[in-house]
Write a protein that binds this ligand. Structure first.
Ligand code: C2E
Ligand code: MG
Ligand code: MG
Length: 736
């Protein structure tokens, strides 16, 4: 039975009833019925979420509710009458219950504290403990009411948050939290939190940032397109990752790796965005450097072949989608770069390439691409051109721009360029074809005299195919020895006698018949096939003349002139080869004349002198072939030990009609004499030319007038004649 005084109570847990239920209980008499009040109180206490314990002045348990019993891990009946500290004690060792009344007594007030409690079974939990002294009507203390609330979970949560906060505060990454507001652009949302790292990296103080938006980091270098991508993702409440340039407070920039995630509340609504950013400037700069190295030419700073072909591929793809998109590829090759490099040195050569790169850039739009393709080759991609004529205009502009001399290190350098062009309207499918077309057109421009430009057409394509076929055939021809040597007489213009022969190669093509050297020597040079081919010719020509000298004693002093190409001239084993040939064939070196063009000498200026001196020391004679068609730098005639000068047929062919040419030939002959050289006139075709040359006292002549180049068999017949050049003396009665 319940009583008003708070005696020891052993009340089992009571069900919570409605007031109506209480009122209908026959035991409850009225609203002011003490019994009723007591019941209500007990029920409330019993149903509290907090544990409740009432102790007497000796700390003995008078009453506990079931929540407290549960917290302690005992039943209420086990606890009643025993000291409360038997069941619950403070971790710090201090008995809360034993001293509660003492503590509460003086002021008569209650005490509240958060503490860790230990249960009888040793288990601990965090609690909020409230102790209130209870008094009788005379204000004498009679008991203590203690409520115990289990706050373990809250404490754990607080701890967890504290740890999290310290992670965020001390993180190396920048953290920024902004608060979502309706109808406000995600990038304009108010920032409500930034951490230390943010302050450190951006230079902004927290006070400068809180309340403002992330747009304060955006500056002129920020990629606005990328920023828009982030904006759209955040608008859709998706997370967004990006690498962006942001600006410090002092407006200098930094690269940030940024990851922004939306934070949702329990209703799934996005309330905040948390952005975690890492400064990655160093990595980006290294990446950029590597990218630059991979895609740019270190000397000129221009894009390289790789970048050019990549861009060209993109443009080709785009032009397939947009029909009227016209573009052009220009392939440029400097005309005399090797000579400049060899004569003035590589440093000047490099400076020239850099200077040319800058001039080329100045000739095109910013959206066009100028690249260094390799060596002295440049390529230009002209995008979005109007028509073919605008490409011509740019090519003209380039020629004009390069026509002004370059002043490099005190040298005034003139250079020209040959340009090949392919237009996108050509029926080309891929990058390689477009480039190859431009390359072929460039070679055509070179062949047409250099310093000009040519647009690729299908005829060039066919020719290129033919060239390729020829190249393949030529390889086989070397293996199958399809070459034969023809011989063209060289005649003394003073005696009218045969002085020797020039060996001229012919290719006996199995399907195409005889092919002239002009059609395959350049390919043989380019492919290196000239080396084995040259060896064959040298062996055969020397063997043949040696044989004729033996067979026909009247011709025992005949000489043999053999052409030496630039490639052979610079080839290491040439000297050894010549030694072997002379030894094996028994030919006197004095009867061997090597013909070298001015170009071959100029292309090998460094090794030329050494090579020429070695040949001289072997007793071999040296001729300058095609004089007047090469670099016309007379200086080398003084420097190099040449014996014979062969005046090119382009001078001789007009010596009888063109007074100026006649004077020029006279000057050349005088110059040769002054240098102690003999002169041979090439390409003598008419008696008039012969008469002029005799008048000029030119020593030797070679040409169709005397004889066309002949096969070995025909030459043999020619040699057996008593006077093979009789027909010439008939044409020229004054012949001695
Ligand atoms: P080249 O050494 O100047 O040879 C003279 C060329 O002029 C020969 O042409 C010859 O047939 C031609 N010719 C001679 N007299 C006359 C004439 O009166 N009128 C005209 N129109 N032409 C005349 P070919 O045989 O076609 O050789 C052309 C060039 O090919 C040679 O010019 C030479 O540079 C090169 N070549 C020929 N054979 C060889 C060779 O065995 N080795 C090397 N490396 N080059 C060779
Ligand atoms: Mg020759
Ligand atoms: Mg010649």
């Amino acid at each position: 039975m319940a009583s008003k005084s708070l005696d020891i109570v052993t009340q089992p847990s009571v069900e919570l009833r409605s007031v109506e239920q209480w009122k209908s209980d026959p035991q409850i008499v009225s609203k002011h019925n003490p019994v009723e009040n007591d019941f209500i109180l007990r029920t409330v206490i019993e149903n509290l979420n907090d544990g409740v314990i009432v102790t007497d002045l000796h700390d003995r348990v008078l009453h506990v509710n079931s929540r407290l019993a549960k917290l302690v891990g005992c039943s209420a009946s086990e606890m009643i009458g025993l000291p409360a500290c038997n069941f619950l004690s403070l971790i710090e060792g201090w008995s809360f219950f034993g001293s509660s009344t003492d503590v509460a007594m003086p002021s008569g007030s209650c005490e509240w504290r958060e503490c860790q409690l230990r249960r009888q079974d040793g288990r601990q939990f965090w609690a909020e403990v409230n102790s209130t002294p209870l008094h009788d009507d005379d204000r004498n203390p009679i008991a203590t009411l203690i409520t115990v609330t289990d706050i373990t979970e809250r404490k754990w949560l607080e701890e967890y948050l504290r740890l999290l906060e310290s992670v965020v505060v001390n993180a190396n990454e920048m953290v920024m939290i902004s608060q979502v507001e309706d109808d406000i652009d995600p990038l304009e949302l108010r920032i409500i939190y930034i951490n230390e790292a943010f302050v450190k990296v951006t230079g902004y103080a927290a006070a400068d940032v809180i309340g403002r938006s992330a747009e304060l980091l955006v500056g002129p270098k920020t990629d606005l397109e990328e920023l828009d991508r982030i904006r759209i993702a955040l608008k859709n409440h998706e997370s967004a990752k990006a690498e962006l340039i942001f600006h410090h407070q002092d407006q200098s920039y930094f690269w940030a790796d940024i990851n922004t995630v939306p934070i949702r509340n329990e209703h799934g609504q996005v309330t905040h965005f948390v952005s975690v950013m890492r400064e990655v400037t160093e990595r980006k700069e290294v990446e950029e450097q590597l990218r630059r190295n991979a895609f740019h030419d270190p000397l000129t700073g221009l894009p390289n072949r790789l970048l050019f072909t990549e861009r060209l591929t993109q443009v080709i793809t785009r032009s397939r989608e947009q029909e009227n998109n016209l573009f052009a590829v220009l392939f440029l090759d400097l005309d005399r770069f090797k000579v400049i490099n060899d004569s003035l040195g590589h440093l000047i050569g490099d400076q020239l390439l850099i200077a040319i790169a800058r001039r080329l850039e100045s000739c095109v739009k910013r959206s066009d691409l100028v690249a260094r393709f390799g060596g002295d080759e440049f390529t230009i991609l002209l995008d979005n051109i109007q028509d073919e004529s605008s490409t011509h205009q740019i090519a003209e502009r380039i020629h004009l721009e390069l026509s002004h001399p370059f002043n490099l290190d005190g040298h005034e350098i003139f250079t020209t360029v040959s340009i090949g062009i392919t237009l996108s309207s050509t029926d080309f499918k891929c990058t390689e074809d477009l480039l190859r077309g431009a390359d072929i057109a460039m070679y055509r421009a070179k062949a047409l005299g250099k310093a000009c430009h040519e647009v690729f057409d299908t005829e060039m394509h066919d020719q290129a195919m033919l060239q390729m076929q020829l190249e393949n055939d030529l390889r086989r021809a070397v293996e199958r020895e399809e070459f034969v040597v023809y011989y063209q007489p060289i005649v003394s213009l003073t005696t009218g006698r045969l002085a020797g022969f020039e060996a001229l190669v012919r290719w006996m093509h199995p399907e195409r018949g005889i092919i002239s050297p002009g059609d395959f020597i350049p390919i043989a040079e380019e492919t290196g096939l000239i080396v084995p081919m040259g060896q064959l010719i040298l062996w055969e020509a020397c063997r043949q003349i040696s044989e004729w000298q033996r067979l026909y004693p009247q011709h025992r002093r005949l000489s043999m002139s053999v052409n030496l190409s630039s490639r052979q001239f610079s080839q290491r084993g040439t000297i050894e080869l010549l030694r072997d040939v002379l030894k094996e064939t028994g030919l006197s070196p004095a009867c061997l004349k090597l013909e070298i063009t001015e170009t071959a000498i100029m292309e090998n200026t460094e090794s030329a002198m050494d090579m020429l001196l070695q040949l001289k020391s072997m007793g071999i004679q040296l001729s300058v072939d095609d004089f007047g068609t090469g670099y016309s730098s007379l200086g080398y005639l003084y420097r190099f030990p040449m014996d014979i000068l062969k005046i090119d047929q382009s001078f001789i062919s007009r010596v009888d009609t063109d007074g100026e040419k006649l004077e020029l030939v006279r000057t050349i002959i005088n110059l040769a004499w002054n240098l102690g050289m003999d002169v041979i006139a090439e390409g003598v075709e008419t008696t008039k030319q012969l008469a002029q040359l005799k008048m000029l006292k030119c020593e030797y002549g070679q040409g169709y007038l005397f004889s066309k180049p002949m096969s070995a068999k025909n030459t043999d017949i020619f040699l057996t004649q008593a006077n093979p050049l009789e027909h010439v003396s008939q044409m020229l009665p004054s012949w001695p």
